[in-house]
Design a protein around this ligand. Structure first.
Ligand SMILES: [Zn+2]
Length: 374
């Protein structure tokens, strides 16, 4: 088997994704392009990201239709049978396991599990858990206890990882643990509770608690890093802001998501520096489309390939799973062939990298939680 064949044929373990959801015909016809950008773009711009144009290409293949006839493609897409279409799209990616962040969209993991042939494992998003428990507890100690119990029960049950969106709420510069400050913050937040946890002192305390609980069990904690929803501050999503938190929890496996895009070099550097850090490459591939090779090559500059993880970050529409798998496999094959041509690695080692990044690294990292199907 050639390097390219190895890349094309290795089953995927998708270490970060979300459920697909049924879309109303009207949503597909009027707002489908929104799913292919993270930005809050004007109508005239949203249909002009290259990721969306690539998505139209996927639709054209699915329906054997003209890729430039957007209106006809969307009309066909609006009429699909959700379940059959989802199953078919994701099966075509040869994904054997999907780790699902249940924080978005608002859909039970069990419903998504029933629509795909891949094994699906849930991950617990921390911030909604914190918000739910703040509403339920008037006293800090009771809240703190309930939070620890909830996280421990999740990891002792079917959840394979934790996930934090601190990047969206207060930036990645998570501070030192300070319980007295956290207690004071809880009083302030609870007294005027608006349903959204943003207070850095309280959120940071909860994150340290969760990182402890995960570390005791060897369970990974995923952090959103890099670009994302418009509420992320474009500067404070740089993964280098997370290093104090990483240093405080050397026993806890930490996964930085989305290649930290556009801070890919920084993400590779942090991954190369701290033994407990791993780097997921989802979202940036496929969203950066033409940049996929550059992202992979940059990530591989100094980070060990044993710490790089395939992910799709597919959400809401199955085409995102297709785009991610296709772009990632193509760019990985090109990158590995380039590294062989440059005399940096052998063909044999390139095949090892392909299998590790697409599948084996994730199995190793999440093993012992709820091991992905072999
Ligand atoms: Zn995600």
């Amino acid at each position: 088997m050639t390097v390219r064949e190895t890349v094309e044929r290795t089953p995927l373990v998708d270490n970060h994704a979300h459920a697909v959801e049924p879309l109303a015909a009207e949503t597909v016809e009027s707002a489908f392009a929104q799913y292919f950008t993270e930005g809050n773009l004007a109508d005239r711009d949203v249909r002009h990201t290259l990721n969306y144009r690539a998505a139209l290409g996927v639709l054209a293949e699915q329906f054997d239709a003209d890729p430039d006839d957007e209106e006809a493609l969307l009309a066909r897409r609006a009429a699909v049978d959700h379940e059959a279409y989802t199953r078919e799209c994701i099966a075509a990616t040869n994904t054997e396991t999907i780790l699902v962040d249940e924080g978005y969209p608002d859909r039970p993991v069990a419903e998504f599990r029933a629509e795909v042939d891949a094994t699906v494992h849930p991950m617990l998003r921390l911030e909604p858990t914190i918000e739910e428990l703040i509403a339920e507890h008037a006293e800090f100690e009771a809240f703190e206890h309930a939070f620890r119990e909830r996280v421990a029960a999740a990891l002792d049950g079917e959840y394979v990882s934790l996930k934090s969106i601190a990047a969206y709420r207060r930036g990645l510069n998570v501070g030192r643990r300070d319980r007295a400050d956290a207690r004071a913050a809880f009083g302030t937040v609870r007294g005027d509770w608006d349903g959204r946890i943003e207070h850095p002192r309280l959120l940071d305390h909860c994150l340290h608690e969760a990182l402890d609980v995960a570390g005791d069990r060897g369970a990974p904690v995923q952090f959103h890093t890099g670009f994302g929803d418009p509420d992320a501050h474009p500067r404070f999503v740089d993964p280098t802001y997370l290093v104090e938190c990483i240093e405080a929890h050397p026993e806890t496996p930490i996964v930085m998501l989305h290649a930290g895009y556009p801070y890919v070099g920084q993400a590779g550097y942090v991954t190369a520096t701290y033994p407990n850090v791993h780097l997921d490459l989802s979202l940036s591939i496929p969203f950066a489309q033409g940049g996929a090779r550059r992202i992979l090559r940059t990530a591989m500059e100094v980070a060990p390939t044993s710490k790089l993880l395939y992910g799709s970050d597919g959400f809401s529409t199955p085409e995102l799973y297709v785009l991610a798998a296709r772009r990632f496999r193509g760019a990985l094959a090109d990158t590995l062939e380039g590294l062989i041509d440059d005399g940096i690695i052998t063909e044999g080692y390139a095949k090892t990298v392909a299998r590790n990044v697409l599948r084996e690294n994730a199995i190793e990292l999440y093993r012992g939680r709820s091991p992905p199907r072999r």
